[in-house]
Every structure is written in structure tokens, then in C-alpha cells.
Design a protein around this ligand. Structure first.
Ligand code: 5GP
Length: 203
């Protein structure tokens, strides 16, 4: 699939800080960057808002949307379903916007299959110990959820080799800046630039 905007997939284990990095990226470098908001069957956490963090739907509605082809990809993560809305992403890419998908590794690999031109970035915390601390410190999950997320984190890190870039998140601002630099460099790739060099030489 060819598109004008750049599709950037950001994955990494729960607790890596992907969400915070994406928010910082939008805050500091908002020009032409859109964050896709996923649909999920997970219940909202305290402080989460419909249409801001996620579109919260029940399982029946999610299944209906999936069957209707409304997702670019969807996956079951930590026992809940999450999906990337197709229309929003395609419309933004057509407008020339760069779109960020903050999704898990299963979703990332599905996107890779459809959008070979997308850029894939994997985020990890400085150490696994730090990751444990971050997940436990959130206080929003039950003990069973925490265990599940840690087990999944261990497995997810095994998929980092399928990504183009890796970012160690020891500082939110630095991590966001690195993503912006990747985006800028990727936009300059000759294969992405619509420049007819023969025409250019002729003047
Ligand atoms: P959380 O419940 O902590 O918000 O997210 C759990 C995991 O689901 C995170 O790894 C997040 O990146 C992933 N996720 C969020 N939205 C999507 C999506 O649309 N598709 C997929 N495959 N994963 C998603």
C-alpha cells in the first residue's frame, strides 16, 4: 500500500512508557503527527476518557466492527480486545499526516504485513527490574493482571528483532525526540520522496 503520510508503529511491553512518550511527542512536535485512538473491550481506568484514551466498546460491538472490516488489525492483549480503526488512519495518511499506532507486537506484525512501508519502533525501559517497578507502581491493575502483564512483557521483548528501531526509555523527552528524529529521517528516504531527479536535472 502506498500512502502520502508515514505510518509509525510503536510497540513495547506494558510499562515501557509508550503512552507517555507518544503524549510528549504530540506535545512537543505536534506538527503533522496524529495518534490513532484504538477501540478496546477493556474497562476504562480511573482518569481515562472515551475518545481520548480509547473508544471503549463491549465485546459484541467489537466483534461486529471486526466482522465489518473496520479494523486495520486487532488482537487480544492481556485478556481484552484492542483494534486500530481503519477509516481514521487511512483518511489521515491520505491527507499527508504522519500517524502513530501505539499497539502490541501481534498488531505490529499484522500491520507489517499490510503496510510494508510503515516504520516500526520498539520501546523498552532501561532494565527489566524497572519495568516490574513501573507495572506494579501504577496501582491500576489487580495482582493477577500485573502477573499477566509481566509474563507478556517477557514474551513481547522477544519480538523486538522484527522492528526497525529500538529506543531505551530512560528519559521521556529524549525518547520522544529520538522518535521525531526517526520520523524526520524516514521522510527523507529517497524511496519516499516524490522527486523526479531526471526532470530536476533538466531544469
Ligand atoms: P493498555 O490496556 O495498557 O492501555 O494497553 C495494553 C496493550 O494493548 C498495550 O501494549 C498497547 O500498546 C496495546 N494496544 C493498544 N491499542 C491497540 C490496538 O489497537 N491494537 C493492538 N494490537 N494493541 C493495542
Amino acid at each position: 500500500m502506498k500512502s502520502k503520510g508515514l505510518l509509525i508503529v510503536i510497540s513495547g511491553p506494558s510499562g515501557a512508557g509508550k503512552g507517555t512518550i507518544c503524549r510528549e511527542l504530540l506535545r512537543s512536535y505536534s506538527k503533522n503527527i496524529e495518534l490513532s485512538i484504538s477501540v478496546t473491550t477493556r474497562k476504562p481506568r480511573d482518569g481515562e476518557t472515551e475518545g481520548v484514551n480509547y473508544f471503549f466498546r463491549d465485546k459484541e460491538e467489537f466483534v461486529r466492527m471486526a466482522e465489518n472490516g473496520e479494523f486495520i488489525e486487532y488482537a487480544k492483549v492481556h485478556g481484552n480486545y484492542y483494534g486500530t480503526p481503519k477509516k481514521y488512519v487511512m483518511d489521515k495518511l491520505k491527507e499527508g499526516k504522519n500517524v502513530i499506532l501505539e499497539i502490541d507486537v501481534q498488531g505490529g506484525m499484522k500491520v507489517k504485513y499490510v503496510f510494508c512501508e510503515a516504520v516500526f519502533i520498539f520501546v523498552i525501559p532501561p532494565t527489566f527490574e524497572e519495568l516490574k517497578k513501573r507495572i506494579e507502581g501504577r496501582g491500576t491493575e489487580t495482582e493477577k493482571d500485573i502477573c499477566n502483564r509481566l509474563k507478556n512483557a517477557y514474551n513481547e521483548i522477544g519480538h523486538a528483532n522484527n522492528y526497525d528501531y529500538i529506543i531505551v526509555n530512560d528519559n521521556i523527552k529524549d525518547a520522544a525526540e529520538k522518535i521525531y528524529c526517526i520520523l524526520t529521517a524516514e521522510k527523507c528516504r529517497l524511496s519516499r520522496c516524490n522527486i523526479d531527479l531526471d526532470k530536476f536535472r533538466e531544469g
